[in-house]
Design a protein around this ligand. Structure first.
Ligand code: SAM
Length: 289
């Protein structure tokens, strides 16, 4: 599980430090996402969970006439996006579940893997639909099943099984029962995503496969060890490991990664959905502004 408070602290700081390598890992996906976004109308674009802003900046460059805004709950990542200073996109520090763009209602909402971490996804998507322009479009990417993303379980044999997560409190009768806690694979199941997209209709899923590049450069294996020591499922486990034992764990990580070194890169097959939807004006429960 990766919660909003993780993103506001440890995980957000790691992603801010590692933005060049996280952008590299998603590079094979970004082109697919930009092609889907290019097919959609929109002059006020909101990038949800924009992180260090690569998608925001790319869309701002592709749509010089559009207003392009990114919002993210991590102050470290928003500061990183602002410091890139590459173009006129505007970045706001805030929670997507409460954010209302003071400059106007977005008509195109986008995200690269920024929508799987909400504690209450139906409430957030209802808010996003309610604060968007009538007929707004939604385009986002998210990972498919971990079984189709082998990098995610790569280092599991190196760590003792994670302690079971505390059972969530019993939901009140009116609250949605969330089968998947917030995290990178929370939106792997299309039926679950459809249940989460309150306020949106015409929901479509396109599977996209890409190369997840974890290591490159002079020493691709060392580069990949450095990357996975900060980003992804092994990072939290490594941080919790006795410092005296971390070097041994990282040596074992290097041995595993060596098997995936090809042509100067450590890379893995990765599987994502690109999800598109239309705001459903008829079901708006939270009209704003
Ligand atoms: C996997 S990262 C993706 C970041 C960025 N979209 C990218 O492609 O590099 C997920 C992002 O969602 C953000 N996030 C998580 N929960 C959020 C929330 N409730 N509101 C806004 N952003 C959130 C995190 O801070 C993080 O930047």
């Amino acid at each position: 599980m990766t919660s909003g408070s993780d993103w506001q602290t440890r995980v957000g700081r790691a992603w801010a430090d590692e933005w060049r390598r996280t952008d590299r890992s998603f590079a094979g996906l970004t082109g697919h996402l930009l092609a889907t976004i290019a097919d959609q109308p929109g002059t006020r674009v909101l990038d949800i969970g924009c992180g260090a802003g690569e998608l925001t900046l790319a869309v701002a460059s592709a749509r010089p006439e559009a207003s392009v805004v990114g919002v993210d709950v991590s102050g470290d990542l928003i500061a990183t996006a602002q410091a890139r200073g590459e173009c006129r996109a505007v970045f706001h520090h805030g929670d997507a579940g409460q954010f209302v763009d003071p400059a106007g209602k977005p008509d195109l909402l986008i995200s690269r893997h920024g929508v799987m971490f909400f504690a209450d996804p139906p409430a957030v998507f209802r808010h996003l639909a309610g604060s968007a322009a009538p007929g707004a479009r939604l385009v986002f990417s998210c990972f498919r099943d971990p079984a189709e993303n082998p990098w995610a379980g790569l280092f599991a044999p190196l760590f003792a099984p994670a302690p079971p997560e505390p059972a969530p409190p019993e939901p009140a009768p009116s609250e949605p029962v969330l089968a998947f806690p917030p995290g990178p694979f929370a939106f792997a199941d299309p039926a679950h995503v459809e249940r989460c997209l309150t306020g949106w209709c015409d929901i479509r899923f396109t599977p996209v496969d890409f190369r997840y590049v974890a290591g490159a450069g002079e020493d691709p294996v060392a580069d990949a060890v450095g990357f996975f020591s900060r980003i992804g499922p092994a990072a939290a486990r490594l941080a919790a490991t006795d410092p005296a034992e971390r070097g041994d764990v990282q040596a074992n990580m290097a041995a595993i990664l060596q098997d995936h070194l090809r042509d100067g890169e450590v890379a893995f097959p990765a599987a994502a959905w690109i999800v598109t939807a239309l705001s459903d004006e008829g079901t708006r429960a939270n009209p704003l502004v």
